[in-house]
Design a protein around this ligand. Structure first.
Ligand code: ADP
Length: 626
């Protein structure tokens, strides 16, 4: 038994507990997994829209080139230059101020005596455009996309910088050109130049929540995500143009963003036509772009373009608002053309993932509990069954020794008294009679025992046959009691009977019913001790339905408390032979109950008031009697 229990614990219980523990651990990570999936999804959305915005800006850059070409088709470049500001503003709504610079650094437009804005523009930009002063600019020549900016910023800026093109010496400061020639390594020296120029430590205007990486680091933002990846370079206008035909650059002047796009026509490459973009117009265009987004992909979020001060300028859902624009769920920087502008994604219902994760947790937790409970129940059932089987095995062993003993005792008496009689040594007639009575009683006892054992084995095999017939139960009981009476009286028992006036007809097997009565009477005799009074009553009871009832009562040792039902189990003995000295097989009551149940009735035990036992046989009445 211990071995089985040990194997069970090691092979089933411990692995199940380990599995349950692992499942509970994985439950804790559910929310993180869901959040991670969502974060990847929305970061992807932000990246994609930032790419769209960047492409839109490139489109506008090309559009400007087309506008300039269209104007040049009508007029010569030199003629167009002085009036370019006015002409381009009329032709293209995105143009705020048109300017023209010659490659040798002469600013031809806008005129100094024109609009106030133009004068302001000239004051702020003349030195930079005339290559007299270098300025901090964000630079994009329109070839790169925002995606490239996010993934490999350096590569992008390398590509964007003019000195990455073949003929670079003209656009480099003299010193740089010399050092390039000296070490012969164009790429790295330019890159060094660039790296020395770029200030890449500016903080981003927003701190997205989705960068909160692993669960153990929850609440802390990945440091590298706090800094902008957009590079600023210090250069003169001529340096930035290099040999390119078109490009866009951005500058912050008095904290205000100025975006300029420029174009150099093949027809007159010495003149650079440019315009400062009208930001409100540009934002309008971006607004249209946001409304073209696939609504099915952004049902749970609002996509917003934030300017460099983290103010929303474009929203995919115009009604959306939040108190904390600086903490979007995910965000991507747009690029050099709009430095420190971000595409940000805000959750419309921030608690949704948490509640989805909680629902998942509760459901999985419930199933784990159910599983553990099932394992526990299963284990308990197995252990109980093992115990029962063990108890039955023990009872069977006891049964064999009990039956052998029960067989031996009457056989010894029968043999002894029959030998005495056979030898003719007992001459006294009364004694002879008494010996014969003993032999008869012991034979009856043997017969009862053997009948019980045989019937039990028949029942076990399902072979017990009953011959049901309508019979008077009262008659069967009286007959059995009368057969037993001499034996009881001989042993100084007082037997009281109370019979009803009318017969009690039942549908039954007379012999089997008699066997119940004999077993109960025999028990009353065995367990009576010194108080030798047995009462047998029969009656017709009417509640809840009419039935016949036979009671066999004694004033003996009674059934110990808590054993009232167990005594009906096979081989169970409440008073074992060793301690009580009473022989028995533990089968009498089992058989009595099985026979009664086969007749649709029952045998039950009730403790008797004043001491002793009361066994009750209840049987349904035969059909006509009801
Ligand atoms: P046994 O052969 O041991 O008597 P039974 O199945 O007839 O087997 O009875 C089962 C157990 O019920 C007995 O061992 C005894 O402990 C208890 N029992 C039966 N009848 C009585 C009774 N009249 N008074 C007290 N105990 C009884």
């Amino acid at each position: 038994m211990r071995k089985v229990a040990l194997v069970f614990v090691l092979a089933v219980f411990v692995p199940s507990l380990i599995l349950a523990w692992l499942a509970v651990r994985s439950l804790r990570d559910q929310q993180f997994i869901l959040e991670r999936q969502q974060s990847l999804l929305y970061q992807g959305l932000a990246d994609a829209f930032a790419r769209d915005v960047d492409n839109y800006l490139i489109q506008q850059q090309h559009e400007f080139g087309l506008q300039v070409e269209a104007l040049l088709a009508k007029r010569k470049a030199q003629e167009l230059a002085p009036e370019f500001d006015e002409v381009i503003r009329k032709a293209w709504p995105l143009a705020e101020i048109g300017f023209v610079v010659s490659l040798n650094g002469k600013v031809l437009a806008p005129p100094l005596n024109g609009r106030v804005e133009c004068l302001q523009f000239r004051l702020e930009n003349d030195k930079f455009l005339a290559n007299a002063e270098s300025a901090e600019v964000y630079w994009s020549n329109g070839k790169a996309t925002a995606n490239a900016l996010q993934t490999d910023n350096n590569a992008n800026v390398r590509q964007a910088l003019p000195w990455n093109n073949k003929d670079v010496s003209s656009s480099l400061p003299a010193q740089q050109a010399q050092s390039q020639a000296a070490n012969g390594d164009n790429q790295s020296s330019f890159q060094n130049y660039f790296n020395s120029q770029r200030g890449n430590t500016a903080k981003r205007s927003v701190s997205p929540q989705s960068q909160m990486a692993l669960p153990q680091q929850k609440g802390t933002v990945d440091e590298s995500e706090q800094f902008s990846k957009i590079a600023v370079a210090e250069a003169e206008f001529r340096q930035l143009i290099g040999n390119d035909n078109e490009g866009t650059m951005a500058r912050f002047l008095q904290n205000k963003l100025n975006v300029m796009t420029w174009y150099r026509s093949q027809s007159d490459p010495k003149l650079v036509f440019g315009t400062q973009l009208n930001l409100p117009q540009l934002v309008n265009g971006l607004n249209d772009l946001a409304h073209e987004l696939d609504p099915t992909r952004i049902t749970d979020v609002c996509i917003v373009i934030l300017n460099d001060t983290a103010k929303p300028v474009v929203r995919s859902k115009p009604d959306f608002t939040t108190t904390n624009w600086k903490h979007p769920y995910a965000a991507t920087e747009i690029g050099e053309a709009l430095p420190h502008w971000e595409v940000a994604v805000y959750l419309l219902n921030p608690g949704k993932v948490e509640s989805a994760a909680n629902t998942l947790k509760v459901t999985l937790g419930f199933f784990i509990l159910l599983l553990v409970f099932a394992i526990g129940m299963g284990s308990w059932l197995i252990v109980t069954d093992l115990n029962r089987q063990l108890a039955t095995a023990r009872q069977k062993t006891d049964f064999v020794s009990n039956v052998s003993h029960e067989l031996k005792t009457p056989l010894t008496s029968i043999r002894m008294f029959s030998e005495l009689l056979a030898e003719g040594r007992v001459t006294d007639m009364a004694k002879q009679q008494s010996y014969l009575n003993i032999i008869t009683a012991e034979t009856a006892r043997l017969t009862r025992l053997i009948n019980n054992v045989l019937d039990f084995s028949r029942m076990e095999r399902g072979e017990k046959k009953y011959h049901f017939e309508k019979c008077n139960l009262l008659e069967v009981v009286q007959e059995a009691v009368d057969n037993f009476r001499p034996h009881l009286e001989e042993n100084q028992f007082a037997l009281n009977c109370e019979w009803p006036e009318n017969p009690l007809y039942v549908q039954g097997d007379r012999d089997a019913l008699a066997q119940i009565i004999v077993n109960l009477l025999s028990n009353a005799e065995k367990y009576s001790g010194a108080n030798k009074v047995i009462t047998v009553t029969a009656s017709l009871e009417r509640l809840p339905l009419p039935f016949a009832e036979v009671r066999i009562l004694d004033r003996g040792i009674g059934v110990p408390r808590g054993c009232g039902e167990k005594i009906f189990e096979q081989f169970f003995r409440a008073h074992d032979s060793l301690s009580s000295g009473i022989q028995g097989s533990g089968l009498g009551l089992t058989l009595a109950r099985q026979i009664a149940r086969a007749h649709g009735g029952e045998v039950v035990y009730e403790p008797r008031e004043g001491g002793g036992s009361c066994f009750i046989l209840r049987l349904p009445l035969a059909a006509k009697e009801v």
